[in-house]
Design a protein around this ligand. Sequence first.
Ligand SMILES: *Cc1c(COP(=O)(O)O)cnc(C)c1O
Length: 385
Amino acid sequence: MEQNGSIYLDYAATTPLDSEVLDAMLPYFRENFGNPSSIHRFGQRAEAALEQARETVATALNARASEILFTSGGTEGDNLALRGAALAMRKKNGAQRILISPVEHHAVLHTAQQLASDYDFKLDFLPVDRYGQVDPEDVEASLRADTAVVSVVYANNEIGTINPIAEIGKVCRQRNVPFHTDAVQAAAHLKMDVEADQVNFLAVGAHKFYGPKGVGALYVRRGMKILPTQTGGGQENGFRAGTQNIPYIIGLAESLRKAQLGLDARREYFTQLRDRIIAGVTASIPRANLTGHPTQRLPNHASFVFEGVDGNALLMMLDLEGFACSSGSACRVGTPKPSEVLLAAGYSKNWALGSLRITVGHDSTPEHVERFLDVLPRLVEKARS
Ligand SMILES: *Cc1c(COP(=O)(O)O)cnc(C)c1O
């Protein structure tokens, strides 16, 4: 994507809306405006569309329609799974520990921290290796009888590392502990299958895969208890009250369907662009490190740290030169603190502050990448002095 001389290389922060997805949404702003809870035929039509969307999302995740809840996005899904499962498990059997990885998105991390500080849960962190990856054996060793919920991100947004979710799911299932995974980044690039992965909860958000912002889905395995955090009407099986946002839900379903269908066709192309970025940056810039796993990483995701660089200054220089990149998390803007994720992966502050994330998308081209690689070494040098 190139707009007014600016090249967009930040598809992990958000993606533009797919125009076919927009077309699918539009009738639900206009003629099909009914409330799906209404008895009359306006309501029936809206309800039919809602349940069709639920089927579509379920098929994309290899779940049942009854296991899909619609939410306002990835953040809400993470909140609902973690808080909902923690509170329900404590009510059921007194479990009071929460076990998460140190490389979770803030939607999980800050929820777990709030459960610890204000709801008397104990919060434990799993170890990760220098790629920010969780070892299933460490999950096994860390599980206790009083663990209420485990959460491990499917693929990390900052450093792109993919976690061994199926193995972690297996360990949690053997010990009968609810397992949540934040698949908000992963669903854009990896095949989702809640059965193969043995997860109990899985959150996605549409705007990471060319759908609209402000809508997502949470998979809740049949039989799992969660305490609803939003109460009111009986929508979404009583787990999430409030009239459903039908046009956005239609957009979520269509964008997820398209994302999951197109994975294989795009992987090769993305991987080529990604690996060209990694090779170009590490060859031309001294004191630069690839962050995250070299191969078990999202196919569109390249991320680095540069020693002695102010990452925010670098981003501003890149923007002036016409390149939109990120330091790793759109939720960190204005905070001159090193990322917890990079610290957990073992980087010192002097390296972690100089982080840069480049993520490509459907309309990225090799030419965009070459132009980026042409300017980056000079800007890193400038940001160092
Ligand atoms: C973007 C993102 C979120 C938050 O999703 P929203 O839909 O923006 O609320 C959560 N987790 C990860 C890994 C993300 O990349």
